[in-house]
Design a protein around this ligand. Structure first.
Ligand code: NAD
Length: 509
């Protein structure tokens, strides 16, 4: 490790940066990382200065020409090797996620696996980059479109999927022939750092993938440097909007995925037990810290609502909350003390706003882990669209039940909401499901599927204020996002025949 001395903390226990194939750290504001299950500081993360980010950009720029000209099949070969190495290090990566994020180990393994699927998809890059060819568009004239890499591109990612969300970006960006700078979340940076080491081990040339840890200073440096051609962002809506506005003003291509408030509609004909099981996992899995978490259950009719609430209460009473490392637990702690306080504040607010708190997780104590950031599952009934707990993203284990009179009324609520990331409907009625899928203003729709996260060969994204930009993440859209189309028209004059000058616009000949 080529370490520059850290001012306040043990240099061996600091997560630094990965620039030009080397792990480095500067002495700029080392920031504590806490294990959310114990509340204890376990290590520090370096916060990149403008100079450090500029160094990473310079390394990526220098590596671009050779990488761009590396045959796609060779790039795919490195991705194959990277995938193998990831799988060999799966447990180490899952442990790092649980240690810093808090989610239970099998959930950490789940997000890791979904990320690896995208590396798998990137292995098919020679096929994905094939262009479009037309012969004889005019006499002896051929034309084709090809997809060229952009150059230096960057990714900025949130805390809630420290392994998977970066993998939404860099495998496809790199496979397309770009060089990449990742700025992961400062709350849980270790899993992406392990991946950085494995990319090098897989044979990726130095400078093709770089990682800088940091905060707004690092992000703003990426946004304002003209060498950065495009930025993929995933995080909260206010930051997504800021990234989109600043980046596009600076002439960059931007996709910025933001926050969510995902509704599940439970129809009167639904299999209620199945719907309740699905709601439990979708609302409380990963402590509700998923952008696809269900945070609102819209029950059509009081009879359905009463049954859903009753069954949810029974299951909530049985839900095992505790450390992520104990594999018998189903839900771990929230990521930080500040986030715990924010989420708990929303529960207090819901009570003040007049919603019925029918399961209250605020007094949960996990024995032996009294300093951990544990909040038990919370369930509100009789929530209305006028309440802030309905309107705002809480990002914790809080499920709101809203009562509606019809499918149309349920859909109106969803369509009127500012977010449009994911949604689902529980029903046995194919016609109702089809109507829902056709008319709902949301980017990802599940029919009896609570978390309709697209697989790697489809693309992921929301509508409305859940996504700023035109293209979704990974899948086919990522080839378009990380490349620029070029259309070439070619003719080879034969027989020494000279063309006369033509002053009219070329037409069909
Ligand atoms: P966040 O917006 O606080 O941070 C995301 C990234 O932006 C981090 O790398 C952070 O360092 C950086 N950042 C934070 N504030 C910044 C600022 N003022 N200027 C520049 N950069 C800044 O998000 P988070 O709390 O880490 O993650 C949770 C959020 O992410 C939730 O809103 C969740 O819905 C969203 N999310 C969305 C998706 C999606 O696909 N739509 C997926 C995962 C998470």
């Amino acid at each position: 490790m080529n370490a520059r001395p850290a001012k306040q903390v043990d240099a061996a226990n600091i997560v630094g940066h990965f620039i030009n194939g080397e792990e480095v750290h500067d002495d700029n504001r080392p920031t504590p990382i806490t294990n959310p299950a114990t509340g204890q500081v376990t290590r520090h993360v370096a916060m990149a200065s403008q100079e450090t980010v500029a160094e990473a950009i310079a390394a990526a720029e220098a590596a671009f020409p050779a990488w761009r000209d590396t045959p796609p099949a060779k790039r795919a070969g490195i991705m194959f090797r990277f995938k193998q190495l990831l799988e060999e290090h799966a447990e180490e990566i899952a442990a790092a996620i649980t240690d810093e994020h808090g989610k239970v180990l099998d959930d950490a393994m789940g997000e890791f696996g979904r990320g690896v699927e995208i590396v798998d998809y990137a292995c098919g890059i020679p096929e994905l980059l094939k262009g479009e060819h037309s012969r004889n568009v005019g006499p002896a004239i051929d034309s084709w479109s090809e997809f060229q890499p952009l150059g230096v591109v960057a990714g900025i990612t949130p805390f809630n999927f420290p392994s998977m969300v970066p993998m939404w970006m860099y495998p496809m960006a790199i496979a397309c022939g770009n060089t990449f700078i990742l700025k992961p979340s400062e709350k849980d940076p270790s899993a992406p750092m392990i991946a950085a080491r494995l990319l090098k081990e897989a044979g990726l040339p130095d400078g093709v993938f770089n990682l800088v840890n940091g905060d707004k200073e690092a992000v703003d440096t990426l946004l304002n440097d003209e060498r950065v051609q495009a930025i993929s962002f995933v995080g909260s809506t206010p930051v997504a909007e800021y990234i989109y506005n600043t980046g596009t003003k600076n002439g960059k291509r931007i996709q910025a995925l933001g926050g969510a408030k995902n509704h599940a509609v439970v129809m009167p004909d639904a299999d209620i037990d199945n719907a309740v099981n699905a709601l439990m996992g979708a609302a409380f899995g990963s402590c509700g810290e998923r952008c696809m978490a269900i945070s609102v259950a819209v029950c059509v009719g009081d009879e359905v609502a009463n049954a859903v609430v009753r069954k949810l209460q029974a299951q909530i009473a049985e839900l095992k909350v505790g450390t992520g490392t104990d594999i018998t637990n189903q839900m771990g702690p929230l990521v930080t003390k500040a986030h715990y306080e924010k989420v708990r504040g929303y529960v207090d607010l819901g009570v003040e706003e007049g919603a019925d708190l029918v399961a209250d997780g605020r007094n949960l104590v996990v024995e032996g882990h009294e300093d951990g950031f544990f909040l038990g599952p919370c369930l509100f009934d009789n929530v209305t669209s006028a309440m802030r707990i309905y309107q705002e993203e809480i990002f914790g284990p809080v499920l709101c039940v809203v009562r509606a009179e019809s499918e149309e009324q349920a859909m109106q609520l969803i369509n009127d909401h500012e977010f449009g990331n994911g949604t689902c409907i529980f029903t046995r009625d194919g016609e109702a499901a089809r109507y829902f899928a056709d008319n709902i203003k949301v980017g990802m729709v599940g029919i009896n599927v609570p978390l309709p996260v697209p697989v790697s060969y489809h693309s992921f994204g929301g509508w409305k204020r859940s996504l700023f930009g035109d293209l979704f993440a990974y899948g086919p859209d990522s080839v378009r996002f990380y490349t620029r189309r070029k259309t070439i028209t070619q003719r080879w004059p034969s027989g020494g025949v000279r063309e006369k000058a033509q002053f009219s616009f070329p037409g069909r000949q």
